[in-house]
Design a protein around this ligand. Structure first.
Ligand SMILES: NC(=O)c1ccc[n+]([C@@H]2O[C@H](COP(=O)([O-])OP(=O)(O)OC[C@H]3O[C@@H](n4cnc5c(N)ncnc54)[C@H](O)[C@@H]3O)[C@@H](O)[C@H]2O)c1
Length: 247
């Protein structure tokens, strides 16, 4: 199929590799910085040359771009983050016309971890004697902590047990309370991202770890999502696609 990449940065370049590996043709690369891609902005005319588009850029003109994708009727996968406040407005555009899938995490492995975390939390809920905790490692350049993925893991645990009531991300200078879930972060080296959920009792320890080696997992998930979107209409979330893959 013919594809267009919007945002030719770290993710855009990774996506291009996966597209080519999966026998797709990249007909245009769009990047806001002149000279980085083939064009600096999208248009209906360019989009109509492609069967689908994949956008991992910045959300500066997300609403205007959404209307252009919808009018061109070119299905688009949007991995761009940072537009939570206008999600409903964008969804409405695609519910009326066109096709879009949005997701904050396109890694299928990370979604497997989320599902397994829910199971771990239900064991914690039902089996006495265990405690549950989360820790994550990321490279020294990462500017935020904990990671968005660690927060999602924490929320999945809170949603699947009545025994933990809040997430604590601080260093503790006191004993942790039973109803507090500790989510700890370590920064250093070049680690792309390691997340571990631990169940611990007097008898044993059970650890569940997702270890991302590169951006490849996100890029592959986005390309598979674009293939899944063919012949669909409306606004989808990545979970709509991933749940089908995982089930
Ligand atoms: N959903 C996921 O699974 C996932 C995974 C990784 C990154 N992301 C998100 O993807 C986005 C890009 O990440 P990255 O690591 O590739 O960043 P990056 O900075 O390496 O690349 C972004 C590129 O987009 C270009 N750009 C910015 N605004 C643009 C616009 N309006 N139109 C066209 N091009 C534009 C920039 O010039 C840059 O080349 C970020 O929002 C990031 O949070 C999402």
């Amino acid at each position: 199929m013919k594809a267009i990449i919007i945002g030719y940065g770290r993710m855009g370049k990774e996506i291009e590799q996966i597209l080519l590996q999966r026998q797709h043709e990249v007909v245009a690369r769009i990047d806001a910085v002149p000279g980085v891609g083939d064009y600096t902005e999208i248009s209906e005319e360019i989009l109509k040359k492609a069967d689908f588009a994949i956008e991992f850029a910045l959300p500066t003109n997300i609403e205007e771009n959404a209307r252009i994708y919808a009018n061109a009727q070119t299905p688009v996968v949007i991995g761009t983050t940072g537009w939570d406040n206008i999600r409903q407005d964008i969804a409405k555009i695609f519910e009326e016309k066109g096709t879009c899938m949005w997701g904050s995490n396109f890694s299928i492995g990370a979604h497997m971890l989320f599902k397994l975390t829910e199971k771990m939390a239900s064991f914690y809920e039902n089996i006495p004697g265990y405690d549950i905790m989360v820790n994550e490692y990321h490279h020294k350049f990462k500017k935020d902590s904990p990671s968005g993925t660690a927060i999602t893991i924490g929320e999945k645990i809170l949603n699947n047990t009545t025994k933990k009531k809040s997430i604590i991300t601080d260093r503790l200078d006191r004993q942790i309370k039973d109803e507090e879930l500790h989510v700890a972060s370590v920064r250093g080296g070049m680690i792309p991202g390691i997340h571990t959920v631990t169940l611990d009792s007097e008898a044993d320890t059970i650890e569940l770890t997702h270890n991302a080696r590169s951006r490849q997992g996100f890029a592959l998930g986005a390309v598979l999502a674009a293939e899944w979107l063919a012949n669909k209409k409306g606004f989808y979330r990545v979970e709509d696609f991933i749940n089908e893959v995982l089930n």
